[in-house]
Design a protein. Structure first.
Lengths: 644, 269, 233
């Protein structure tokens, strides 16, 4: 199999004019013809809901699918801190260029210049859009919008709605979606899980879904399919992702031929509440915004670690982020802050019972600004911390530790956000595109909404305009391709149920084991040796799954069956992540190869690895093929990412 | 210090509502669970129970949850007669076993309302909320260029009050806790948010009429001003919003004719 | 007239009617109490004069009575509708529902306004039979006030409250009035959308104070009569 040299397809010309030039030259669909096209959008998070609403507003008929009762429950809702935009309201020197530059640099020079610049351009429009929808952003007494600063930036460009920015932005997109449902332009399909993509004559023309309550397997045809199904952090079992977040939709597309880009790029968020026991199903993030006012420290001496923090004198504390990165201090980017926390804990200076935690201390902020000011800014986060740990963070410093939070990898897409399969688009966290090897805080919301509101409406139209003749010939769900895909899905379910009758290990147990392997070997520090171990161990777990899984056989509403189906895909993905991490013999962003470092700092290898790895599925058990897309940096100079 | 690291264990009895489907009659089943860590969340306790049941060949208890950090509104559960359990301002997923004592019997029921039919066990169908939202719970703003965000000035106190209302997570605890199964708090939170912000003003009359109309159509009960919804709301949303909704609806109902069906026109433009 | 139809058919509309009729009844009860305070003068002259002045309104009095009757009817009918729709909305009850405390006003009496209301309805019927449709001038209940012969309503009152059963019934009913009023007064403001956070508590307190004054004011009348007119002997 020869390797494909993938191309982004971004227009030529100066960076700042690429998107305008794209729009000026794109194919259009006339208003009367738009109603002849059907679009499937899978997932209703920020990207999915905004895309579905925007496409319906243009006049396309949209079918929107979600696993919940309502589109509003997608996990975008849990994003806390904020959304970046180059509005430059605080007059502090921000610009589209600077947001672009910070994002490219934050991603450790592993993202596409063209996409990131477009993202920065769109960021400005997103805020206007959301305000028009009635999103209640935080405001100053003047009535103008408030901003705060976030990791990886030296300007205040983050807009927020208390600690619930994701919720408010999603509810905005959701309300726009419901407006179109009300008009009849969007049909909602709740309680549906997508289990396969249907390809007809080389183009994505539909999906197969399972109704989670009735168990019914359904066929849905359309003229193109957009996957906005989020990230795959749950491959680690413990993460800040929701219980139902999964990789199934994108993985099934991958099995149909869509390339998976940079699967090993995972973001480990530095400020999460530490793990408390093996029963734990989910980790909780404490927003990065806390690092605006909180100071991260551990004791200088190991013997102080078990002491009450208030008994440790100021001079015996090591504010290690401020020490190592004086110019960014506590606001160092996530990958760097996480690794630094791991480092001090590995040195034996971690706190808490497990020794796997560092302090996030607000004493200085409370002393400076008063408790009520701190409460006003972070009240709900402090309450959340209190509820979970039963400790008062106004009195004692919080204890935090890194946890898996976001996956930069995802389906490979071109400048159109289309995968290598024609008619199969992918947006939001589900695609690999804009964050490179590390995502900056408050950029996920920006990307999801940029994709949905301001990219897909153009690129989808361009696609439909380009293939108008072909796509106007409608494909029926009675087509043999649907037949085959449905059978494939049913076979998979029946096989699990058959194994489930005689097996011993529950899906959650196998999932937990997979998570441990991933965290241990494909986590914050990766070695060639460890990655090979991971591949072996995952193969073992795969065997458990195939031969020794215990399942109740209810074919309708059956949570275990859902977990098992998703686990099947996580197992295959886990192995691919390890392979990808093994093949990338450099450290960049969230991917830290122990072999490639410079005095503890990640060492990139731009000669060999300034490219995207896009993996092709070759069948179960077969070696996947690694293709590449070269990343050209014409506007920024690749440099060692320094936050010192 | 460090209360959460010193977890103890308790033994509990569970009385859980089991129901095959909306068509079947339900019943309570008793289970006991020993050595439950008090720093477990309530839902993790149910996870443990379900693993045990699965291994014993009993169909696990179906319940809903997703984000497990109190924001998605997926989890529900009436816990010993209280929506989301005994802790105010928290969802079931934010409830920890330290709220219970050794040998407690905990009763777990689904939300009960005609408008929220039981799907199975503790899972109910809450799509009625979506249909209320659909009936005008939005501004008409389409995707596209809009005036600069700072062109619309919103006084901070109004923005804050709108945010207080917008914090609703749509879990349905208000309905579950209300002795009348009224959805007034849910419906009013959205109406209030959009009536407080200038962006919501162009369609405020239609919105009030249609959303209230849909709420009634779904079969929710009437508000008797008992404020139990606010007590049960995990986001402590105030019944002040209900007063706003009543005002909005009254003015809209008494207003001169306006065009109804805010969403019905120009769909294919 | 679609707008008016909404007022009678929507859940919110019904509560407007409940609230508005409630306010009207509050007004009536307060005036009624003020009128009845004349009883405490110790002789029948004051109340008989007051009654005579009302009688002198002629058709006006009839219209007022009719209006009052219709207001009560509206209040009761909407209450029954509201209660019924709520019962339907929660067909299956919880095992043992428990209030979550905090700001809640969910208590036995607030939850059962329909019960306290129906008790008051029974009271009203009895009260009307005993007084409005009780012994008349023709039955010899006459009094002479400043040389004019009027209906001796005072005698009716005294005779009624010489019976301990009536005293107990009246006193008991007034507790129901108190409970009904305590939630009802504030609730009417809320139902009509007239509350904001700043006024909510003061109005609840005001309702509470008026409820106590009304209850006590009415409650002592039968006892006072019973005690001072020899019923206790």
């Amino acid at each position: 199999m020869s390797k494909i040299d993938l191309k982004s397809g971004a227009p030529e010309g100066p960076l700042a004019q690429k998107w305008d030039s794209y729009k000026a030259n794109m194919k259009l669909v006339n208003p009367a013809n738009k109603r002849k096209y059907n679009v499937i959008v899978v997932g209703t998070g920020l990207a999915g809901a905004s895309a579905a609403a925007s496409l319906a507003e243009l006049g396309y008929n949209v079918k929107a699918f979600c696993t919940h009762d309502s589109a509003r429950r997608a996990h975008s809702i849990a994003a806390q801190g904020g959304i970046n935009a180059a509005k430059s309201y605080p007059n502090d020197g921000d610009s589209i260029w600077r947001l672009f530059y910070d994002t490219i640099k934050g991603g450790d020079y592993r993202a596409r210049e063209s996409n990131v610049y477009r993202l920065a351009e769109n960021s400005v429009k997103i805020i206007d859009q959301c305000v028009a929808q009635g999103v209640p952003f935080a405001r100053e007494y003047s009535g103008e919008l408030a901003n705060r600063s976030f990791g990886g930036a030296q300007v205040s460009r983050t807009f927020y709605a208390r600690g619930q920015t994701g919720q408010q932005l999603l509810l905005g997109a959701y309300s726009a979606l419901m407006k179109e449902v009300d008009k009849g332009k969007v049909t909602l399909f709740p309680y549906r899980e997508m289990l396969d993509v249907v390809m007809v004559e080389g183009k994505a023309r539909g999906i197969i879904t399972r109704h989670l309550h009735t168990g019914e397997i359904e066929r849905h045809a359309a003229d193109l399919v957009i996957l906005c199904t989020g990230g795959y952090s749950r491959v680690y079992y413990l993460s800040t992702s929701a219980m139902n977040s999964n990789v199934t939709a994108t993985w099934r597309a991958h099995r149909r031929g869509a390339f998976f880009g940079n699967p090993c790029y995972v973001q480990i968020h530095p400020t999460c509440i530490p793990v408390s026991g093996s029963h734990q199903a989910k980790l909780t993030l404490m927003s990065e915004s806390l690092r605006n006012d909180g100071r991260v420290w551990v004791p200088k001496k190991k013997e102080d670690c078990k002491k009450d923090p208030s008994q440790i004198a100021e001079e015996d504390r090591d504010y290690y982020l401020e020490r190592k990165y004086p110019s960014f201090g506590n606001l160092a980017p996530r990958d760097i802050a996480s690794r630094a926390a791991k480092e001090v804990c590995d040195e034996g200076r971690g706190v808490g019972e497990s020794g796997k935690a560092v302090y996030l201390d607000f004493a200085a902020a409370i002393k400076r600004d008063s408790e009520s000011v701190v409460r006003e800014k972070y009240g709900n986060l402090f309450d959340m911390y209190h509820e979970i740990t039963n400790e008062n963070p106004y009195k004692n410093p919080m204890r935090i530790y890194p946890a898996v939070h976001y996956t930069m990898g995802g389906l490979w897409v071109d400048y159109n956000l289309m995968t290598n399969l024609e008619g199969l688009f992918c947006a939001g966290e589900a695609n690999f595109s804009d964050h490179g090897a590390n995502r900056l805080g408050a950029s996920a919301l920006m990307q999801g909404l940029s994709d949905g509101y301001f990219v897909l409406p153009f690129t989808v139209t361009n696609y439909l305009g380009t293939y108008a003749q072909e796509l106007l010939k409608k494909v029926e769900t009675s087509h043999p391709a649907f037949e085959a895909a449905e059978q494939n899905v049913k076979d998979g379910i029946n096989k699990m149920i058959a194994v489930g009758k005689k097996g011993k290990r529950t899906p959650s147990e196998i999932h937990r084991d997979l998570g441990n392997v991933m965290w241990e070997y494909v986590g914050m520090a990766r070695t060639a040796e460890g990655l090979k171990v991971a591949i072996e161990k995952i193969a073992q777990l795969q065997k458990d799954f195939d031969e020794n899984m215990l399942l109740n056989d209810d074919q309708n509403l059956n949570s275990n069956l859902q977990v098992a189906g998703r686990l099947a895909d996580f197992l295959e993905l886990g192995a691919l992540m390890a392979r990808d991490a093994l093949a990338r013999e450099e450290s960049c962003g969230g991917h830290f190869r122990v072999e490639s470092q410079d005095e503890g700092e990640a060492k990139r290898d731009d000669e060999k690895y300034a490219h995207v790895a896009a993996w092709e599925y070759k069948g179960k058990g077969a070696e996947p093929v690694r293709h590449q897309e070269e990343l050209k940096f014409e506007n920024v100079k690749l440099s060692v990412r320094s936050y010192k | 210090m460090a209360a959460h690291t010193t977890s103890k264990t308790i033994n509990i009895k569970l009385k859980i509502w089991r129901q095959e489907s909306v068509k079947d009659a339900g019943r309570f089943e008793q289970y006991s669970l020993d050595n439950v860590l008090t720093n477990m969340s309530f839902l993790e306790m149910l996870d443990v129970l379900n693993e045990k049941l699965l291994k014993e060949g009993v169909r696990p208890v179906e319940f809903e949850s997703d984000c497990r950090e109190g924001i998605c509104g997926t989890c529900s559960l009436m816990i010993s007669g209280q929506a989301h359990g005994p802790v105010r301002g928290a969802t079931t997923c934010q409830l920890y076993m330290r709220s219970f004592e050794n040998n407690d019997t905990i009763t777990i029921e689904p939300w009960r309302a005609k408008a929220f039919p039981v799907v199975r066990d503790l899972v109910t169908d809450r799509r009625a909320f979506d249909r209320i939202q659909m009936a005008g719970g939005y501004t008409g703003a389409k995707t596209g260029p809009h005036a600069d965000a700072n062109a619309i000035l919103v006084p901070k106190d109004l923005a804050d009050r709108a945010m207080d209302a917008a914090a609703c997570i749509g879990c349905g605890a208000c309905v579950a806790a209300c002795p009348n199964a009224s959805a007034s708090l849910f419906t009013s939170a959205k109406i209030a948010q959009l009536s407080l912000l200038p962006q919501g003003h162009p369609q405020r009359k239609e919105r009030a009429i249609r959303m209230v109309g849909q709420m009634d159509k779904e079969g929710f009960g009437s508000c008797s001003n008992l404020q139990e919804c606010e007590a049960a709301c995990p986001k402590k949303i105030s019944i002040q919003n209900i007063a706003i909704m009543k005002r909005e609806y009254l003015f809209a109902a008494l207003a001169a004719n306006f065009r109804e069906g805010m969403g019905s026109a120009d769909g294919g433009a | 007239m679609v707008p008016l139809k909404r007022l009678f058919t929507s859940t919110l509309g019904r509560k407007y009617l409940m609230g508005a009729s409630g306010f009207a009844l509050v007004l009536f009860i307060v005036v009624h109490l003020l009128g009845n305070l004349t009883l405490y003068t110790g002789s029948g002259d004051a109340i008989n004069t007051y009654a005579a002045k009302l009688d002198a309104l002629g058709i006006g009095k009839l219209i007022l009575e009719l209006g009052l009757g219709l207001t009560i009817l509206l209040h009761v009918v909407t209450a029954i509708q509201v209660t019924y729709s709520s019962k339907v909305a929660r067909a299956v009850q919880y095992d043992a529902p428990k209030s979550k405390g905090g700001p809640t006003k969910n208590t036995v009496t607030t939850r059962n306004m329909i019960i306290t209301g129906l008790v008051l309805l029974v009271f009203i019927v009895v009260h009307l039979i005993q007084f409005r449709f009780g012994p008349k001038i023709e039955d010899g209940y006459t009094a002479n006030v400043s040389g004019v012969m009027v209906h001796d309503i005072y005698r009716v009152v005294v005779e009624t409250f010489l019976d301990i059963k009536n005293v107990i019934f009246y006193v008991g009913s007034m507790f129901f009035l108190g409970f009904h009023f305590r939630h009802g007064f504030w609730s009417a403001f809320q139902s009509l959308g007239m509350l904001n956070p700043r006024w909510s508590k003061p109005i609840y307190c005001l309702g509470f104070i008026i409820a106590i004054l009304l209850t006590v004011g009415f409650l002592f009348m039968p006892i006072y009569i019973y005690a001072t007119q020899g019923g206790a002997q």
